[in-house]
Design a protein around this ligand. Structure first.
Ligand SMILES: NC(=O)c1ccc[n+]([C@@H]2O[C@H](COP(=O)([O-])OP(=O)(O)OC[C@H]3O[C@@H](n4cnc5c(N)ncnc54)[C@H](O)[C@@H]3O)[C@@H](O)[C@H]2O)c1
Ligand SMILES: [Zn+2]
Length: 366
């Protein structure tokens, strides 16, 4: 088992990673000074697949928990779900020490985290992520939130978990497309920060999760290490943490232009990483051959669903309405070489438009 520390003063916590450690969740939590009472929040699918191991381990550690299930997928990420959890907490006579245990993908993690951030002005929670995307990204860093019908993640809070327990074995039941969604995030960390991770993901991802468990674990550990390090130095996303948004500026625009129906989050940022790399090449920030290497590695993860039916101006409009676009100034995370990226401010709009147009054009030819 590997332990990675997220260092945030009195909000610090450990991320534990190891194959089979779901069985040890109870003993890991016992070592923290949390209450013995808690609520596990999950979905019936995830509980059916992996719940027994988690609940047995909590019971063995003498923790007394109730279980609450949410509906599957993004539609659970609403204020009404949050309210239903508040009500359950009241019925459970929860107090400030009652612990929520988020057992699921990024959706469960975000909604449970937000509930914990706000109930009684903040109660403890623990992340037990079950998708690759949640294991390498969303379970670490304390960003929590829910959607409104007007847009995604419009309501939220920073609230750090007390612990994160990552068992790569739960990924064996994840549908391939969901698994790959996390692989795009993993290669993102390689591009922005770590060449060895980039090559590990590129060369081994087709063998994951079944055929090379130790390298899968190594990949997750490296991603968590990078995220934990960046979050420790910049909790509130003032500057450094923005580097994690490589591929996300255009990726988010694609997600909203397709109303979150056509692409997984990973696929959207896959398209976004390719376009950001092309933009870097147009700005002479990266050598052509190295840029191509990044693009090809992203394209090898899985055939990206074509976005040729989108119009460039539709994508551009969504780009400008992103909540992170300040005063209509475009900024992009651009790779300078494999393993290093920087934030580029005041990116010329014309060049961005041209990059999107060229990319859509190339999609039509495929
Ligand atoms: N807080 C953050 O920093 C952050 C970062 C990135 C993404 N997010 C959020 O994460 C969400 C996406 O998360 P996600 O990709 O994990 O999707 P998800 O939570 O919707 O899970 C995807 C699907 O996989 C199923 N599933 C989960 N674990 C499984 C398992 N082990 N076996 C079989 N099926 C399983 C789920 O039930 C669901 O149907 C989005 O809402 C996004 O906004 C948050
Ligand atoms: Zn992401």
């Amino acid at each position: 088992m590997k332990t990675i520390h997220v260092s945030l003063g009195d909000q610090s916590y450990d991320v534990q990673i190891g194959s089979g450690i779901l069985n040890m969740t109870g003993s890991i939590l016992r070592k923290l000074s949390l209450s013995k009472r808690g609520i596990v929040i999950s979905s019936s699918r995830i509980l059916g697949l992996h719940g027994e191991k988690l609940l047995n381990s909590l019971h063995k550690a003498n923790l007394s928990v109730e279980v609450m299930t949410l509906v599957e997928g993004e539609r659970a990420k609403t204020l009404s779900t949050v309210e239903s959890i508040y009500r359950k907490l009241v019925a459970f006579r929860a107090d400030r020490k009652t612990t929520l245990i988020a057992f699921g993908g990024g959706v469960v993690g975000d909604v449970v985290g937000f509930t914990a951030a706000t109930f009684l002005r903040g109660i403890p929670y623990v992340q037990v992520p079950t998708t690759l995307l949640a294991q390498v990204d969303s379970s670490i860093g304390g960003k929590t939130g829910v959607n409104l019908s007007e847009g995604k993640n419009l309501v939220g809070a920073f609230h750090q978990p007390k612990a994160v327990v990552i068992d790569p074995l739960v990924l064996l039941t994840l549908p391939r497309r969901e698994f790959n969604s996390g692989v795009y995030e993993a290669i993102k960390y390689g591009v922005i920060q770590n060449p060895a991770l980039f090559y590990l993901v590129d060369q081994k991802h087709t063998r994951f999760p079944e055929r090379d468990r130790s390298r899968l674990e190594e990949m997750i550990v490296e991603c968590v290490r990078i995220k934990a390090d960046i979050v420790s130095r910049d909790e509130r996303e003032s500057e450094l943490r923005m580097i994690l948004n490589f591929g996300h500026t255009i990726g988010h625009a694609l997600e909203s232009a397709t109303r979150y129906r056509k692409l997984t989050h990973g696929e959207a940022i896959g398209h976004g990483m390719i376009m950001a790399t092309q933009l870097a090449a147009k700005l002479n920030k990266i050598e052509a051959s190295e840029g191509l290497q990044i693009q090809e590695a992203v394209a090898r993860i899985s055939p990206l669903p074509s976005i040729h039916s989108l119009k460039w101006d539709q994508i551009f409009r969504h780009l400008l309405s992103d909540k992170k676009v300040l005063e209509r100034r475009l900024q992009f995370v651009l790779p300078l070489r494999i393993g290093h990226a920087e934030i580029h401010r005041n990116t010329p709009g014309e060049l961005v438009k041209q990059t999107i147009r060229d990319y859509l054009h190339s999609q039509q030819k495929d």
